[in-house]
Ligand binder design. Structure first.
Ligand SMILES: NC(=O)c1ccc[n+]([C@@H]2O[C@H](COP(=O)([O-])OP(=O)(O)OC[C@H]3O[C@@H](n4cnc5c(N)ncnc54)[C@H](O)[C@@H]3O)[C@@H](O)[C@H]2O)c1
Length: 302
């Protein structure tokens, strides 16, 4: 039988602060495949997440197929807006959620992982984070600052992570990020420059695959996932409508489960996908293939 076997590999999943999003589901699928998991969590959400874990509030979600609980070797603080600590402004450095956690930059994360696990501490890096302060604003009302922050946090952060982690990966390393179809088709309400940030993330997937592949033999792929009512997506304000619309108009009409995205993530990060890099893979029940909405009450065949 073909199996996804990640035994002996370590995966970093950046962008997990509860059990509702794609990052958590991906961490769990990678663990089911045998990988050990470290997380990187945004400092403003870190304490809440640690509390959830400590109080057993997400134990049900952490339960693996063999009955064990999903464990995290480490949970590091990460604000992906900053490649180095020097880039962080004083109001962030002095903020109560940040000042106690140590170096929360991307370089800080690399160096903590080297201290904890050695010179090549990781095999798989998953970027499952995005933020746009003005996501509820239409593009035409988005400020330059809001737009650039969306780009910096949601797209450039992947560039910074690949450039710092690729030299520190063991052979067969794989990167993965998550995008949304709003990069290529208009999704009214997905504002604040997030659509442009996802377009950049997808374009960068190809260039990073070439550069990291040639230089370090690492692979870089991206999943274009269908809508899910995660915490981040709920901030957009229209996520329920997006989920409903997709289910009603996709070739496959069951709601998309986060595990369906996570299983593809585990495959893409595994040796079974050693020939795949620079790809954007849709996991959206086929919604991307549609060119026309299905009329209400229409026959299932269309
Ligand atoms: N939910 C959807 O409908 C959907 C669809 C397609 C793609 N995606 C993408 O999936 C990824 C995961 O999002 P999700 O929807 O599962 O929500 P989520 O809330 O589980 O994950 C987003 C995470 O990003 C973190 N984050 C925000 N700003 C950060 C920063 N500056 N530094 C570090 N971390 C930061 C948040 O704390 C959160 O943990 C994102 O890239 C998102 O755009 C989501």
């Amino acid at each position: 039988m073909l199996t996804i076997d990640l035994t002996g590999r370590r995966a970093l999943v950046a962008g997990v602060a509860d059990d509702r999003g794609y990052g958590f589901a991906i961490a769990k699928a990678l663990a089911e495949a045998g990988a050990s998991i470290v997380l990187a969590t945004w400092p403003p959400a870190l304490n809440i997440f640690l509390n959830l874990l400590e109080r057993g509030k997400i134990d049900d979600a952490r339960r693996l197929a063999d009955g064990r609980l999903l464990e995290f070797e480490k949970i590091y603080p990460l604000d992906a807006a900053y490649s180095t600590l020097e880039e962080a402004p004083s109001e962030i450095l002095e903020n109560k959620r940040y000042r106690e956690v140590g170096d929360f930059s991307i370089e800080g994360l690399v160096s903590r992982m080297r201290d904890d696990f050695g010179e090549t501490p990781v095999d798989i890096v998953v970027h499952s984070l995005a933020n746009a302060p003005e996501v509820k604003k239409p593009l035409m009302e988005t400020t330059r600052g809001g737009y650039l922050t969306a780009m910096g946090v949601s797209a450039y952060s992947m560039v910074a992570m690949v450039s710092r982690f690729a030299p520190r990966m063991r052979a067969g390393g794989a990167f993965l990020s998550l995008t949304y179809m709003a990069s290529e088709r208009v999704i009214p309400g997905y504002g604040g420059g997030m659509s442009a940030a996802k377009a950049a993330l997808e374009s960068d997937t190809r260039v990073l695959a070439f550069e990291a592949g040639r230089k370090h033999g690492a692979r870089v792929n991206c999943i274009s996932a269908g809508p899910l009512a995660s915490r981040a997506a709920s901030a957009i304000g229209i996520i329920e409508a997006m989920v409903e619309y997709c289910a009603a108009n996709s070739p496959l009409t069951d709601p998309l489960a986060p595990t369906e995205v996570a299983n593809v993530a585990a495959f893409l990060c595994s040796p079974l996908a050693s020939g795949i890099t620079g790809s954007v893979v849709y996991v959206d029940k086929g919604y991307h293939a549609m060119g026309m909405a299905v009329a209400p009450g229409a026959r299932p065949s269309g």
